[in-house]
Design a protein around this ligand. Structure first.
Ligand SMILES: C[S@@+](CC[C@H](N)C(=O)[O-])C[C@H]1O[C@@H](n2cnc3c(N)ncnc32)[C@H](O)[C@@H]1O
Length: 302
């Protein structure tokens, strides 16, 4: 059995936001080790469809949640395929959708998966190990300008050009720890607490997994996949993701919609928003530090 070390963040807050009820159906779009799914299944006599594109996560979650029998099913897919996953399960709409965006601690800590500069290993970073694009291709084949662009845009690294130049000059790359050390040399230690390659690695990882594109597609699909009064709960870990979720929710709640001459909103209003939630300072989970939960309720269908 796989040992899947991942402590779920904001567990009670997620259950409070989703409000599971008997006979309801929820989708956990980022199943991981199944920590959030377990809490939802324990809260009511409901069903959960868990989605992940990482087969290791599916295997771990299936083992962990086996005692819930047919109340839980695990599906290998990208969460951008939410509508198709529901159709395959014979469902139009569900009572709640959760996404706990990003990588799991298991992915980060497994050297063979090539996510972290902390241990020698391949340069990979694919959540789906069968996906075509890996970080290996990106650092060894992509043009310097393209590399600089993702490191700047998705990593918000202000030394992106210099980092991209050093990556191209140091080709070929095969070891993730060596890549991390080379980037750290360019960026320098600075005053911050984080490792100097963190931002560049974030940028490369987001590009490899199309993380922001996946999030935008999921959010757009969620409106049609939620039953009236259904709940949407999204946990993000950095400002790029949170900005996308905030903009989507605010627009779906009608906040930025134009009004006609009589002050009536032009366009549909789909969501009612809850206040964003961040973990308590006392939260022992180091991953929780930067987490933010945004939740909303689907307004009745007309
Ligand atoms: C932060 S972990 C989730 C942890 C989980 N909530 C738990 O309690 O264990 C994120 C998981 O979502 C998966 N994931 C991220 N983006 C995905 C996407 N676009 N489609 C499917 N799975 C995705 C990752 O493979 C990873 O296993």
């Amino acid at each position: 059995m796989i040992v899947f070390d991942h402590m779920p963040v904001l567990l009670d807050e997620v259950v409070a936001a989703l409000r599971p009820g008997d006979s309801q159906v929820f989708v956990d779009c980022t199943l991981g080790g199944g920590g959030h799914s377990a809490a939802i299944l324990a809260a009511a006599d409901c069903r959960v469809i868990g989605i992940d594109r990482d087969p290791t996560a599916l295997e771990a979650a299936r083992a962990r949640l086996a005692s819930f029998g047919d109340r839980f099913i695990a599906v290998r897919a990208s969460f951008s395929e939410l509508a198709a996953v529901l159709a395959d399960a014979g469902l139009d709409r569900v009572d709640g959708i959760l996404a706990d965006i990003g990588v799991s601690s298991h992915q980060l800590d497994t050297a063979d998966r090539g996510f972290s500069f902390r241990k020698s290993g391949p340069i990979d970073m694919r959540m789906d190990p069968d996906a075509d694009l890996s970080a290996f291709t990106l650092v060894n084949d992509w043009p310097e300008a393209h590399l600089a662009d993702v490191i700047k845009r998705y990593g918000e690294e202000r030394h992106a050009r210099r980092v991209a130049r050093a990556i191209v000059a140091g080709r070929p790359w095969s070891d993730i720890a060596e890549l991390g050390a080379a980037i750290a040399k360019v960026v320098g230690r600075g005053k911050g607490r984080i490792h100097p390659a963190t931002r560049s690695f974030q940028g490369i990882r987001i590009a490899v997994n199309d993380e922001l594109g996946e999030l935008e597609t999921l959010l757009a699909a969620s409106i049609n996949c939620l039953a009236a009064d259904g709940r949407l709960a999204i946990i993000t870990f950095h400002s790029l993701e949170d900005r996308i979720v905030k903009r989507f929710m605010v627009e779906s709640a009608g906040k930025n919609l134009p009004r006609d001459a009589y002050g009536n909103l032009i366009g549909p209003v789909h969501l009612s928003l809850s206040k964003p939630v961040t973990p308590a300072d006392s939260d022992p989970n180091p991953r929780a530090r930067s987490a933010r939960l945004r939740a909303a309720r689907r307004l009745p269908w007309n």
